[in-house]
Design a protein around this ligand. Structure first.
Ligand code: F0G
Length: 433
């Protein structure tokens, strides 16, 4: 696994042992003195670095993002009191997030044919997706640097989370969505939480191009996963999952399978593992294999992994039922591709039919997820069929968003309502017939 390149000496720019480093050229920056999303020198992606990395004993309190504050740029108390010193009170930027279940799915485990299969259901976060973990940290940073307008491009979930956390913090929120391609639940959330919603006549990647330009012109603070602080919050998925898995199995899983869009989550999990290894909290040979799944109609990362390319080719035309991952330009690829490769993982593309089938399989175990989330299970099934995953592996599939996010997809995948007369005998006749 690649070295984290953590310096032993803390650079002069470090603020309380936290700084930003460019993943391309290594240049370092103070974390909060100015707003920057990429490297001033080479435009490479930035990563948050720490002088001291925590081990398991440092984590305290109930399972939530802020249990892991020693692995984050702020203390839990600072996050809670960001606006008004009031714990759960209005103005806080925690709702709270994290503490999601690691479901057993015994029938699916048998059917897929692995030693253990668990589902980390991130759809159980406050706004129904894993994005909340990043937003509680990202919006806290927005307060630290002192901005008054937040913005993101989104396939839906980021906009829902940003709208909620922006509202909580009392900040103006702007979201750019690809017109007609965002699931109903997500648009409704952004609307009710009071975001200004701009529907762009273009796909997600174009929305991100535009919002980056707006941020570059100082019009808004960017809270897409290009923002390195968001990925710090998402890193806690890995910490929480490893703790939960170890409680039940006494060891960490062999493999983590997750849907990939912008590849932010893949990058965040890889960073989580590298930091644990660096801190001596995880053996290098224990690191789970990061396995990314994309829809066949939007699979630029899979293409790069399969062809062994270092760069990911931008797909201009993308289409899939899993609108959350309808993305042709995974901006975090420079962070995520090494994660897939260095951990011995892989990437696989699945059809929309396989995604819907996996969504039904999970629902049959009582776990309701949106299509993009089901891609993880569809991908695992495909890799088992190919023999790329062994039957003695212990696997966690990450399901990233709740079923109710996309009610239309859920209704289409499920059974049809049966009209009956308003009469008990007629209802019985219907049931027997
Ligand atoms: N699953 C869901 C439900 C998502 O909403 C997303 C991304 C992903 C997976 C992919 O995660 O980008 O970190 O690889 N949704 C973003 C959004 C793009 O705007 O809500 P990633």
């Amino acid at each position: 696994m690649a070295d984290l390149q953590l310096r032993d000496d803390v650079p002069a720019v470090a603020d309380d042992g936290v700084w930003l480093a460019c993943v391309e050229c290594g240049e370092t920056f103070a974390p909060f003195e100015a707003i920057r999303y990429t490297c001033d020198d080479c435009d490479g992606l930035l990563e948050v670095r720490y002088a001291d990395l925590p081990t398991w004993d440092d984590f305290e309190g109930e399972r939530s993002v802020w249990r892991y504050s020693d692995a984050l740029p702020f203390e839990a108390s600072e996050a809670r009191s960001a606006s008004n010193g009031g714990g759960e009170a209005a103005g806080s930027v925690t709702l709270p997030e994290g503490g999601t279940p690691l479901h057993r799915v015994p029938r699916l485990e048998d059917d897929v044919g692995v030693d253990a299969l668990r589902i980390k259901h991130e759809g159980m976060n406050p706004t129904g997706s894993f994005k909340d973990r990043g937003m509680t940290v990202g919006v806290r940073v927005a307060q630290e640097v002192g901005v008054d307008r937040l913005a993101c491009a989104s396939t839906g979930n980021t906009s829902a989370a940003l709208a909620a956390y922006g509202a909580r913090a009392g900040l103006e929120t702007l979201v750019l969505l690809p017109a007609g391609k965002v699931a109903a639940g997500k648009v409704a959330q952004a609307a009710l939480h009071g975001a200004r919603i701009l529907e762009v006549d273009g796909n997600f990647d174009r929305c991100l191009d535009i919002v980056q330009e707006l941020a570059g012109r100082g019009e808004a603070y960017l809270l897409n996963s290009l923002n390195p602080f968001r990925l710090e919050g998402q890193k806690t998925i890995g910490l929480e999952m490893l703790e939960q898995f170890r409680d039940d199995y006494g060891e960490v899983p062999d493999r983590i399978v997750l849907p990939v869009g912008n590849a932010g989550n893949t990058a965040a999990l890889y960073k989580c593992f590298r930091e644990l290894v660096k801190a001596g909290a995880l053996d290098e040979d224990e690191v789970p294999k990061l396995t990314g799944v994309q829809a066949e109609g939007a699979a630029p990362m899979v293409e790069a992994v399969e062809e062994g390319n270092d760069e990911v080719r931008r797909w201009e035309d993308v289409e899939t039922i899993a609108t959350a991952i309808r993305i042709g330009n995974p901006v975090n690829a420079p962070k995520a591709l090494p994660g897939i490769r260095e951990t011995g993982g892989t990437a696989v593309a699945v059809s929309d039919e396989a995604i819907t089938e996996a969504q039904r399989d999970l629902a049959g175990e009582g776990v309701g997820v949106e299509p993009a989330s089901a891609a993880s299970v569809a991908g695992l099934r495909k890799l088992r069929e190919r023999g790329a995953v062994d039957d003695d592996e212990q696997v966690v599939c990450l399901t990233t968003g709740h079923l109710l996010k996309d009610p239309d997809a859920a209704a289409a995948a499920g059974s049809d309502p049966e009209p009956v007369p308003d009469d008990t005998d007629a209802v019985l006749d219907h049931l027997e017939g």
